[in-house]
Design a protein. Structure first.
Length: 308
């Protein structure tokens, strides 16, 4: 397999000898039948490293099936390993374990009514380079938080969490509507009532005001980052700035420190308006988030000298 990427390293293993080397003919039946070997599937190496499958290919020299994958610590670098070696058992003090094992998050069990490739395809929509805040991390954090707090998301809620930022363009007023419209494509065989309710919840994320049963939980999950520890909250603010920098510069003509000051002025105004609500978090499951979220907002308002 030839991969035209400057950051690709070949990891195929030569056979022990020519006499016992398998012979490949390019027959599709030679490709691995493992249903987990799909693009985007997270894997865990037996030594602990986190990886993501990119796809299945063939080594051009002998047509051997290979797995192309990347390490999460360095996504720019692609690795290639012969498919039979990728999945073979490895002896450890605890016994034999797979060299690489699928690492599907337990928090995504609420999406088991969808094919995993569909879930991975939607998550991949969040990986575009211009996304810094509305990215895959945000979606997985929401599912993780629900799982950690013992919240059982129903199908409509799970679809809403998965899809609510699937379409995102900074400055657009149509992101939620476009994301809601995508739900029917993501789950075409789902009950109409579930699809309609999921779409309504996604639309509710625009103003963060619930209009349908179950939206409160999704809205609380969406706002959870407001209650992050102060250093994490500040890092999220930088991500929001990075995501909006080009658009804000084009619209204001500002650059450098002046541009960042204008961004902070707008962010403070948005957060201050949000804080005027009697409650930021609407469900008992997230009542503990109210105080830290308000403390973060008060701190950032004070840091920029209050409201303009």
């Amino acid at each position: 397999m030839a991969i035209r990427n400057a950051g690709c390293r070949t990891m195929t293993q030569p056979p022990a000898s020519q006499s016992d080397a398998p012979v490949f003919h390019g027959d599709p039946a030679e490709l691995p039948a493992d249903p987990n070997l799909i693009a985007g599937m997270p894997y865990r190496h037996y030594k602990g490293g986190a990886y993501t499958a990119v796809g299945i290919g063939r080594f051009e020299a002998d047509l051997a099936p290979v797995v192309v994958y990347r390490a999460m610590r360095d996504p720019a670098l692609l690795w290639v390993r012969r498919a039979d070696v990728f999945s073979e058992p490895v002896a450890t003090p605890q016994g034999e374990v797979p060299r690489f094992a699928p690492d599907w998050p337990a928090a995504l069990a609420c999406l088991d009514f969808l094919p995993r490739q569909v879930v991975l395809d939607v998550l991949a929509l969040h990986d575009t380079p211009y996304r810094h805040y509305h990215d895959r991390r945000h979606i997985l954090e929401m599912f993780d938080a629900a799982h950690a707090r013992g919240i059982a998301l129903d199908r409509a809620q799970a679809l809403a969490v998965l899809c609510h930022d699937a379409v995102y363009v900074a400055g657009s007023g149509h992101n939620e509507a476009a994301s809601a419209a995508l739900i029917e494509t993501v789950a075409p065989g789902e009950d109409r009532a579930v699809l309609d309710r999921a779409a309504r919840i996604v639309l509710d994320t625009q103003g963060h005001r619930p209009s349908i049963e179950g939206a409160e939980t999704v809205l609380d999950l969406d706002l959870l980052r407001l209650a992050a520890p102060p250093d994490v909250f500040d890092a999220h603010s930088l991500d929001v700035f990075a995501e909006n920098r080009a658009l804000l510069a084009a619209r204001t003509g500002l650059q450098g420190e002046a541009l960042q000051a204008e961004f902070m002025r707008r962010r403070v105004a948005f957060l201050h308006k949000l804080a005027q609500r009697p409650q930021l978090f609407l469900t008992d499951a997230f009542a503990d988030c109210e105080a830290p979220a308000r403390a973060n907002i008060a701190r950032i308002v004070g840091a920029v000298g209050g409201l303009p």
